[in-house]
Write a protein that binds this ligand. Structure first.
Ligand SMILES: [Zn+2]
Length: 282
């Protein structure tokens, strides 16, 4: 198996563990001469060993220097990012947090969690699986649960990013785009008899009282949910999903309206009614 661990974007952790377990079984079958009989299904032990192999590959990629030093019985360098974690190698040569909890009643995994770098794909898969296992819990709970087995270096930022990209969580709190406020229409600025159109003191309207700066933007092809008034976000059969097929910029060049293609046809909506779904490649 190569030293570098390439995990495709679409991987799910449980699938990945099983694939690696099958590869290890195939390799073992090829190397050994005796005809050892295996069951048709993978055993929990095989899956556990496959996972340890994945962790080892990820550690070799990001903590190579630290592992070499510890194998020689030396201390990790003072400039190492994991120096404060007092890293140690276990009997399987896996890098773990040393810490100060040796005399606690915690499990050995919780006392000495496995170290994983947040930039490795495996860390994201662990965080995604834990977030779903905990029924879409928040960052604190997910991170605390992960740390019972793993210490992800830079884990807090990673977990927040995973939750930000979770479509299920997004459905509970959809966010709309807020472009900078546009110019007032002529009907609200040209003098005319009182109440002929509407009664607003235009002097108060010179200031941008809200949305002084635009937040975010929608591009052609973006997948969005169309917000419906007087209807909660989870009524997804009513809140239609669609793709932006046309933008309508104003005179100032700022786009505040878009045409969305949905299953029931095209519809034109203002940005205040469009919620962009999280981008998986973000
Ligand atoms: Zn979620």
């Amino acid at each position: 198996m190569h030293k570098r661990c390439t995990i495709v974007v679409e991987s799910k952790l449980h699938t990945l563990k099983r694939v690696v377990a099958w590869i290890i079984r195939f390799k073992t079958n090829c190397l050994q001469k005796s005809e050892e009989s295996y069951s048709k299904c993978l055993s929990p032990n095989e899956i556990h060993n496959a996972f340890k192999k994945l962790v080892k590959l990820s550690q070799a990629e990001y903590f190579e220097k630290e592992i070499k030093l510890l194998e020689r019985g030396a201390h990790v360098a003072k400039i190492s990012k994991i120096l404060n974690l007092n890293p140690i190698l276990d009997t399987d040569s896996l890098l773990r947090v040393g810490g100060r909890l040796e005399n606690s009643l915690l499990t050995s995994d919780a006392k000495h969690p496995l170290l994983i770098h947040h930039k490795h794909r495996l860390a994201r898969l662990i965080a995604e699986e834990e977030h779903i296992r905990l029924l879409h819990a928040g960052p604190q709970q997910v991170l605390a649960s992960i740390r019972e087995q793993f210490w992800i270096v830079g884990g807090r930022t990673l977990v927040k990013s995973v939750i930000k990209r979770c479509v299920t969580c997004f459905k509970h709190r959809p966010r709309t785009i807020q472009p900078i406020m546009g110019q007032l229409p002529a009907e609200r600025l040209v003098p005319s008899p009182p109440f002929s159109i509407t009664g607003i003191d235009y002097a108060e309207l010179q200031q941008r009282t809200k949305w002084k700066k635009g937040t975010g933007d929608l591009k052609l092809g973006t997948l969005v949910v169309i917000k419906e008034d007087n209807c909660p976000p989870l009524k997804w059969k009513i809140w239609k999903m669609g793709r932006i097929i046309h933008l309508h910029p104003g005179k100032d060049g700022v786009t505040r309206v878009a045409t969305v293609h949905t299953t029931t046809g095209d519809t034109k909506r203002s940005y205040s009614k469009l919620c962009s779904l999280p981008d998986a490649e973000e």
